[in-house]
Ligand binder design. Structure first.
Ligand code: AMP
Length: 321
C-alpha cells in the first residue's frame, strides 16, 4: 500500500567542513520519499515554484515516486533553506529559511494520495500537517516530524497535530523543548499521554515516540517498553542534512511494506533498523546524492552488519555480592 508525505520540497544551500553545495535538491518530503521509495510507492504532496527544475523532479521519478501532487505555483519561489555545520555535525546553524510557495499553500490531495494507508507529516507548518491529516482520516499509520521553529512559534497547533497521529519522530532536544522535561524517556512518555482535545478529530493520540539522537542513534519509546539502536558507525560523514527525514523514510517505508502485520514492538524494532541504515547512507554524501545511486542490495548488506553489531548473548553468571 502506498505512502503519502507532505513536507518541504526545497533547494538547500549547505556548508560542512567537507565542502559546500548551492541550491541542491532537498526538503524533508524529498529526503523522506527517496528513502521510503525502497519499500513502497510514495506520493509527495507540496508546492514548488517555477524555479523548480525538471531534473529535480526526475530524481524522484527515477525512484518511482509519484510526483503528480507536487503543485507548481506560477510566479512562486521554491522553499529555500541554508545551513552550516561545524566539526560537531550534530549541531547546525540555520542561516536562511524562505517559505516561498509554502506561504498560503492549501493542500489539495488527489484520489491516489488520499488512498494511501500510511501517512507521513514531514516537517512543515503544523497547520498544514493537520490539514493533510484531515484528508486521510482512516490511514492505518500516521507519523509526524517537526522542528524547534514550530515549537517556538506555533506550539499549540503542533500539539493539536501530534494529538492526531500514531507516531511522533523528533530529535532529543526537540522532545525536551516541547514537553519541558529534561529527561528523554520522561518527555516521550509525556507525549504518549496526549489525546485529541477534539474527539471528533482523526486519531487516538500517539502510541509511540521515536527520539532521534544524531550520531548516537535513536530510541523507540512505546508506552511500556524501550528499544534503542546506535547509529551505523561510519568513518566519514559528509553532510547530515536530511538524515532525520531519511530515517523517517526507512521507518515508515518498512511499516508500509508490512500491511498485514499489527504495529507491534517487534515490527517497530525492525523498522528502526531499516531507518538507521537508510540514514547512514544519506550522510555519506551531500544532499540526495548518495540515495540517488543507492541499491536494495547495499541496504540488505548493511542491515546484516548492523544486526551483528548490536547483538549480544545473555549468558548467566553468578555475580559476587
Ligand atoms: P533534517 O536534516 O532531517 O532536519 O532535514 C533537513 C531538510 O529540512 C532540508 O532539506 C531542508 O530543506 C528542510 N527544512 C529546513 N528547515 C525547514 C523548515 N523550517 N520547514 C520545512 N523544512 C525545512
Amino acid at each position: 500500500m502506498s505512502i503519502t508525505v507532505v513536507g518541504s520540497i526545497a533547494y538547500d544551500t549547505v556548508k560542512t567542513p567537507f565542502g559546500e553545495r548551492e541550491r541542491m535538491l532537498g526538503g524533508a518530503a524529498v529526503h523522506f520519499a527517496l528513502a521510503a521509495s525502497f519499500f513502497e510507492e510514495v506520493c509527495v504532496v507540496g508546492p514548488v515554484g517555477d524555479d523548480f527544475g525538471e531534473p529535480q523532479l526526475e530524481v524522484m521519478r527515477a525512484r518511482g515516486v509519484n510526483v503528480s501532487d507536487i503543485e507548481r505555483v506560477q510566479g512562486g519561489r521554491t522553499f529555500f533553506w541554508q545551513g552550516e555545520y561545524g566539526w560537531d555535525l550534530n549541531s547546525r546553524e540555520t542561516l536562511d529559511t524562505q517559505l516561498g510557495v509554502f506561504e498560503g499553500f492549501q493542500p489539495k490531495l488527489s484520489d491516489s494520495s488520499r488512498a494511501s494507508d500510511v501517512l507521513f507529516l514531514a516537517n512543515i507548518q503544523p497547520d498544514l500537517q493537520r490539514e493533510v491529516r484531515s484528508q486521510l482520516p482512516h490511514a492505518r499509520f500516521v507519523a509526524l516530524d517537526s522542528m524547534d521553529l514550530w515549537i517556538n512559534i506555533a506550539r499549540d497547533s503542533l500539539v493539536s497535530a501530534i494529538e492526531g497521529v500514531d507516531c511522533v519522530i523528533l530529535n532529543d532536544a526537540e522532545l525536551r523543548q516541547l514537553t519541558g522535561k529534561p529527561n528523554l524517556v520522561a518527555a516521550a512518555r509525556e507525549i504518549l499521554t496526549w489525546t485529541p482535545s477534539d474527539p471528533s478529530g482523526p486519531g487516538r493520540g500517539p502510541s509511540v515516540v521515536v527520539a532521534k539522537q544524531g550520531e548516537y542513534g535513536a530510541a523507540l519509546v512505546p508506552p511500556e517498553s524501550f528499544f534503542a539502536l546506535p547509529a551505523y558507525p561510519l568513518e566519514s560523514v559528509v553532510d547530515p542534512t536530511g538524515a532525520g527525514d531519511t530515517f523517517a523514510g526507512g521507518l515508515i517505508g518498512y511499516i508500509a511494506a508490512h500491511p498485514d502485520e499489527a504495529i507491534s514492538d517487534e515490527l517497530l524494532r525492525r523498522a528502526m533498523a531499516h531507518a538507521t541504515v537508510l540514514a547512514s547512507f544519506n550522510v555519506e554524501e551531500f544532499g540526495t546524492e548518495r540515495l540517488q545511486r543507492l541499491t536494495g542490495k547495499e541496504i540488505v548488506a548493511r542491515i546484516a552488519e548492523l544486526h551483528s553489531m548490536t547483538q549480544f548473548t545473555s549468558a548467566s553468571l553468578s555475580l559476587r555480592g
